[in-house]
Design a protein around this ligand. Structure first.
Ligand code: MSP
Length: 678
């Protein structure tokens, strides 16, 4: 029997689960459903990454013991995944004893093979990333302290004794490996990105910390704890018995390793396609067959993440949508590998158009007609005229083609296209029914055979769709399956065993709606209110001098406020629209002679010529480090002269602390010059 081993990243326990975590897990679960249905011996691993300074600090902040803190979050992840019917085989926690033994065994082996040595490390460390960052992962910050691009916070300078992994020695080995294993990094664009990064040269990697206590001690040198990524990445092998007997030991390891598919977000691509294979090769182990890096769900145009405060709340999502609808949306809406913007509107549209209007409608109209016109028994195909027989045959072929297309695209991890192929066939069947008008045929007893052929064809198609979509819509396909009068679990029937023409004369069960249509305006209204209530709950109480016992909700949108509340000088949206904010790119930056505070920039606003803009930030920023930086510019401010130089706009910055330290506003994603902010 073929085996298939799938993993997700193990999630950090310093924040609560959100749609991003759920996404990777649902994709992995759907792949496992697909393989299980096709009789693979499957293994699905997910879990939590529980060590590191970040987690230690989060627990400190919450004022609880670290283990107690992480236990609570692990339970929350497990609860969410079980609500979404995720059928993992094992949940690994890096605080599990067997994992610690397994990682120690890996460390010893890598060290014995000569790939670990002791040295001194100094660098810029981001607590959010749990790692030292290279220059291209940072942006210039005030006082020459770089800022992490992802977490937007200043880095810490760390110097300490450290063990190093000889990554530099593996540069060519890795490049050869990528060359000879084109399937190792998917999609292709990511493979190219990683290869050019590795071609650029690799530095040895610091793999231990003396400053971090919450971690796995280095074997024979417990003053050091292992670098969290060495600890975390090893989970993929310790969970299947590497270096420990608890998880099945060598037999289990040899059975499932190498993993067939390791799903990760593109945010952790480098760890999985450079460090991870390097650790494995250094230990004499095979790298996984494929690491697939998918794109990110964006919210409001930025990566959804806890630190940016723009995550989609799973409790709100669950209140309005079924787990199947959310899973379907995740796989259908996002082109796998690319980023996608999450909006509730798009989710509602998919539910109404594809599920209620597509599969749901086909199922209910077909089964209701069988109930009504055939006493609830599935008719044998009637001996109708050539024309109708020909059309029914076309439908059968379209369904067979959808099966082939679905499998082909799914095996390439093109989930969206795989699903689209089925929906094309659903539309084909719908059209067949609408053209044949069974409701008219039912009125004439001499057209009984034609009616039987139409309904027989429709129900055969529905049966095929139900089987093929079982991995993607596990609960709703089972419900349709049972309404068709079938028994057993649809997800266990391999599509290859489907035969056209099975089940005539079977009685169907009671017909109930599978995907009720949602009232878009009403649901959007409810979601908005819930989100506002949530924000108000989280917002710190604002002491307002002499505030009346205002009955205003904490976050009332400005446009709704008729009477200005005391203490806030509201402006109208029209006033705001008068300010023209645009994206600019700093092209040159120089100090202004005899002006301690001023820098003079030329800024590209996408106009024919760049503008000259002055800003009083010279005490906080080195001009040369700002070149290339994207900034926000007030583009319609009347020009004025400063020290004899004309300033043709204003660059926006936050003003921090009593001294008003400027921190330039900017973007995490790349934005074209000149784009308007609104
Ligand atoms: N603990 C590390 C992974 C170690 S694996 C050996 C980690 N954890 S995490 O909690 O930050 O999870 C990151 C992963 O969650 C991403 O790689 C991705 O799989 C998923 N996602 C988190 N946010 C996401 C989006 N906004 N969109 C899509 N997936 C996202 O990194």
């Amino acid at each position: 029997m073929n085996k298939f081993y799938v993993t997700t990243p193990i999630y950090y326990v310093n924040s609560r689960p959100h749609l991003g975590h759920l996404y990777t897990t649902l994709v992995a679960d759907t792949v496992i459903n697909f393989k299980r249905q096709r009789r693979f011996d499957t293994f699905f691993l997910t879990g939590t990454d529980e060590h590191g300074q970040n987690i230690e600090r989060a627990a400190e902040k919450a004022g609880v013991d670290v283990k107690q803190h992480v236990d609570g979050i692990v339970a929350e992840f497990q609860q969410i995944f079980s609500e979404f019917k995720v059928g993992f085989d094992h949940w690994i926690r890096t605080t599990d004893d067997y994992h610690k033994r397994g990682v120690s065994a890996l460390w010893r082996r890598v060290k014995k093979n000569g790939f670990i040595y002791k040295g001194q490390y100094e660098g810029w460390y981001c607590v959010g990333c749990n790692g030292f960052l290279s220059e291209d992962e940072t942006i210039a910050g005030p006082d020459d302290i770089p800022i992490c691009k992802i977490h937007e916070r200043p880095l810490e300078r760390l110097a300490e004794e450290s063990y190093f992994f000889k990554l530099s020695a593996l540069q060519q080995t890795l490049l050869d490996y990528y060359e000879s294993h084109p399937e190792f990094i998917r999609p292709e664009s990511r493979r190219n990105e990683v290869m050019s990064f590795v071609r650029g040269g690799l530095n040895d990697l610091s793999v231990s910390r003396v400053s971090v206590k919450w971690g796995i001690p280095v074997p024979d040198d417990p003053a050091h704890t292992m670098y969290v990524w060495f600890d975390a990445l090893s989970n993929y092998i310790t969970a299947i018995g590497y270096g420990n007997e608890d998880r099945g030991g060598e037999a289990q390891f040899n059975k499932y390793w190498p993993a067939d598919l390791q799903l990760v977000g593109k945010d952790i691509l480098r760890f999985h396609t450079v460090y991870w294979p390097a650790f494995l090769l250094a230990a004499g182990l095979e790298p996984p067959k494929t690491v697939y890096a998918h794109g990110m769900w964006l919210s409001g145009g930025r990566k959804m993440s806890k630190s940016l405060g723009n995550v989609i709340d799973l409790s709100i999502l669950r209140r309005h949508f079924t787990p199947d609808a959310i899973r379907y949306f995740c796989l259908r809406e996002m082109v796998f590998g690319q980023d996608g913007d999450f909006t509730y509107e798009a989710l509602l549209d998919r539910v109404n158009a594809d599920l209620a209007g597509g599969l749901g409608n086909l199922s209910s109209r077909t089964l209701t007609m069988i109930q009504r016109y055939c006493d609830g028994r599935i008719p044998a195909p009637g001996n109708a005229g050539d024309d109708l027989v020909g059309q029914a045959d076309d439908v059968r072929r379209a369904v067979a083609q959808a099966l082939v297309d679905f499998d082909r695209e799914f095996n390439l991890y093109n989930f969206s296209r795989a699903i689209e192929a089925v929906w094309t066939a659903i539309q084909r069947v719908d059209k067949f029914i609408s053209d044949a008008k069974p409701w008219d045929l039912a009125k004439k007893p001499d057209l009984r055979e034609a009616l039987n052929l139409v309904l027989h064809t429709a129900v055969q198609a529905l049966r095929h769709f139900t089987v093929i979509l079982a991995p993607v819509l596990p609960e709703s396909t089972q419900a349709i399956w049972e309404q068709m009068g079938e028994s057993g679990q649809v997800r266990e029937l391999p599509p290859a065993q489907l035969e056209w023409g099975e089940i005539p004369d079977q009685s169907i069960a009671e017909v109930k709606p599978i995907f009720p249509r949602l009232d878009k305006a009403k649901v959007m209204d409810e979601i908005k209110q819930e989100e506002e209530a949530k924000t108000a709950e989280l917002a710190p109480a604002q002491p307002v001098a002499d505030a009346p016992t205002a009955e205003l909700p904490a976050r009332m949108p400005v446009a709704m406020v008729e009477e200005p509340a005391p203490g806030i000088a509201y402006i109208s949206i029209d006033d705001f629209a008068k300010v023209e904010l645009r994206v600019g790119e700093i092209k040159t930056a120089e100090r202004v002679p005899k002006a301690d505070k001023l820098l003079c920039f030329t800024v590209d606003l996408g106009e024919p010529a760049p503008r000259q803009i002055l800003a009083g930030i010279a005490q906080y920023y080195e001009p040369e480090k700002l070149i290339g930086r994207k900034v926000i510019v007030v583009a319609n401010l009347a020009p004025r002269k400063l020290r004899g130089l004309e300033s043709q706009g204003m660059i926006l910055a936050a003003s921090v602390g009593d001294e008003g330290r400027p921190v330039l506003a900017g973007f995490l994603e790349d934005v074209p010059n000149g784009v308007k902010l609104r």
